[in-house]
Design a protein. Structure first.
Length: 175
């Protein structure tokens, strides 16, 4: 049966487990948003870049209203092509991909650890070693973490994670 020191260690493990679940979900959402944004910007640029062939050659653009609409479409396309490198979407997508993959790995490892603790009601030497490995991965991800995370999104996700992994559902020895 774990003593008070191990109880404290359990609290750290469970906090890391729930935090990694939140971070995994957060960075998954951010990654999906940036990928979606990048996709639509690429579509808009491609549409506007067709010139006189393809979409630009459709008869509808030959009408007066069509000419104005096409001017707007090609203007937006040109503006997006200029702004896209400044937005650095590819770099953000790469960063969020690393964070999502890293936190997914940590979350799955800590989930296994929490399940093992729940089954055996103890922290073995192997479990401690696995936990230390997860902490090392967290340190490696630290420089990539979003410096200005969305607080409303985090609050929303905290409620979600609290529902999925309630603190009182994790095994803890009697005080």
């Amino acid at each position: 049966m774990p003593d008070a020191v191990n109880r404290r260690q359990l609290e750290y493990i469970y906090d890391a487990y729930r935090t990694s679940a939140l971070s995994r979900t957060y960075y998954g959402i951010k990654l999906a948003r940036y990928r979606r944004c990048n996709f639509w910007i690429e579509i808009a640029i491609a549409i506007g870049a067709t010139g006189s062939g393809g979409i630009a050659g459709l008869a509808v653009w030959g009408t007066l209203p069509g000419n104005y609409v096409w001017l707007v479409v090609s203007g937006i396309s040109t503006a997006l092509a200029v702004v896209k490198p400044i937005l650095q979407l590819a770099a953000r997508i790469e960063n969020y991909t690393k964070l999502y993959a890293g936190y997914t790995s940590i979350y799955l490892e800590l989930k296994d650890i929490a399940e093992e603790i729940s089954i055996y009601h103890m922290i073995s030497e192997k479990t401690e070693e696995r936990y230390r490995g997860s902490r090392q991965l967290l340190r490696e991800l630290a420089p990539l973490v979003d410096p200005n995370p969305s607080k409303p999104l985090i609050r929303k996700l905290q409620e979600q994670i609290n529902g999925q992994i309630p603190a009182d559902g994790l095994w803890m020895p009697d005080a």
